[in-house]
Design a protein around this ligand. Sequence first.
Ligand code: CO
Length: 134
Amino acid sequence: MKMEIDHIGIAVRSLDETLATYKRLWKLEPDHIERGETDKVTEAMLPIGDAHLQLLEATEPESPVGKFIEKRGEGLHHIAIRVRDIEKALDELKRQGAELIDTEPRIGGGGHRVAFVHPKTTHGILIELVERQS
Ligand code: CO
């Protein structure tokens, strides 16, 4: 199965402040900003090569990203791996006994199909699978 890094998700307290920092340090500017209602998060995508840094700011303290920051502070939240066929990738993970947060794909940022794998399975890193809808 061909895999690539789709994006790296980083939890931040302030999207505005973080965007200003990345712009100042590396002249990086977002090519996509979206407010996700389901996950109560605003995401900004900064392109680096074929991948993105995904900056995540909670829109509510009780959201997953809000709780993450409360518990662990700002920092690496998840790594997203791009797959061609997300159903196939999930079936393979189920067969291998992986603990999945999403057993079926759902629609994530940018309209892409996504599913999360529990960090228990992956030695502490939350992994997101992404099948891009071009
Ligand atoms: Co993500």
